[in-house]
Design a protein around this ligand. Sequence first.
Ligand SMILES: Cc1cc2nc3c(=O)[nH]c(=O)nc-3n(C[C@H](O)[C@H](O)[C@H](O)COP(=O)(O)OP(=O)(O)OC[C@H]3O[C@@H](n4cnc5c(N)ncnc54)[C@H](O)[C@@H]3O)c2cc1C
Length: 396
Amino acid sequence: MFHDIIFIGGGFRTVSFLLADYRLLELDLCIVERIGHLGPGKFKDLDCLSNSNASTFLRHLDHNSRIANKTLIKKMAVKHSPVSLTVIGRMLEIFGKEIKTQLPPGSVVTGHEVLSVDLRPADRYPVKVVLSDGNHINAKFCILGTGQSELLMHELLPWKEKVLLSGQVLSASYRPQLLEKLKQNRSTRIVIVGCSHSAFACAKLLCDIIGKSENPHFYSIEILHRRKVHIYYPSVDEARIHQDLKYEEEASAQFICEESGEVFRDSGIKYEAKAMYRSIYSGKHDFIKMHPIENLYSCSTIFDGSNLIIQATGLKSILPPLSLDGRIINEANDTSKLLADICGILSHESANINGLIAQLRVMALPDICKDRKIYNKGLYNNLRDLLLTKFHSNAR
Ligand SMILES: Cc1cc2nc3c(=O)[nH]c(=O)nc-3n(C[C@H](O)[C@H](O)[C@H](O)COP(=O)(O)OP(=O)(O)OC[C@H]3O[C@@H](n4cnc5c(N)ncnc54)[C@H](O)[C@@H]3O)c2cc1C
């Protein structure tokens, strides 16, 4: 198969990008998605509220497309509050189906993983994508929409039998097993590692479960955090009034967005998770406490004595192997040598791959941009303009 553009991964980013301008769906493109359908990606199974105004992207749907007029979507688009991630997942599934019906047959390949991406700049179709069924697809340009995942930390390997990743704890389909695990012991000592949005979302969920149990006093939860907690504030003034520096990171210049004045704009916890943090901190739940630590190696006694360890330390991008003329450029999934520009186009420190491959917020934000600068602002528009300029003359 030969296409102008190939998208790898058909989750939230790919689908929301494609629906933000109906002209993109007129391009000669192909999408490969590992699971059976386009759209929901990770959102489908995450049973918690978003840490952001997650419906914002709905306002950017192209109103020339039929989908933007659906009642549920119109209703969600005006919400200015967090949204259930499973509801977002359901909407994304509708969007995925819509994209599939608008593209020519065979353009959406689901149920197949991309095993590798080979770039050969001298070829007419310089991108070769190898699929898990042994077939391959050739394209002129490749866009990575493969998302980010949680990986078990090596510090927790000795206790791996009792570690759950935060995504598992928050997963709706895993809930019966989680409840069973919580019932197994007469007294359950739970350790949450990390102080991200997911850590507090897990704490909230466990609190709700424990609150409803017959013997809440059988449970204890300890949140181990290596860094201070990043709490979102709309302005520095608000931060100065409400911050407690015993647990919270101070609102210093590096954490204040130059454009909006918000504090911890990206990394800060908001809404329900922020409320959970506040209630723990104010001592509302006597069975949960926060415990600042130096590093995880010093916590072996705590891990030995716990029944359940929840890892909530963030996400990492796992890209398929990328090679340039046969040489792998992301050895052992090391993406540190890859840089994205404002269109998402990737360049490599020492290999000339410019112009062939782009990413849709797959890579973690560089620390220099996090919180301080609106990173990749306009990414979708910039990438859209680039694709339309390059490929629209070939459009169907
Ligand atoms: C516990 C937890 C809580 C979260 N909370 C929030 C939140 O509150 N707000 C928020 O915005 N985000 C949250 N996220 C992150 C959320 O997962 C992402 O924001 C969102 O899913 C990003 O969309 P995406 O398209 O980049 O990735 P995904 O939704 O993960 O989509 C990527 C798609 O690519 C596919 N794929 C990957 N590799 C391949 C391959 N090699 N071949 C073919 N297909 C492939 C996957 O199957 C998947 O469908 C949370 C994540 C976790 C784990």
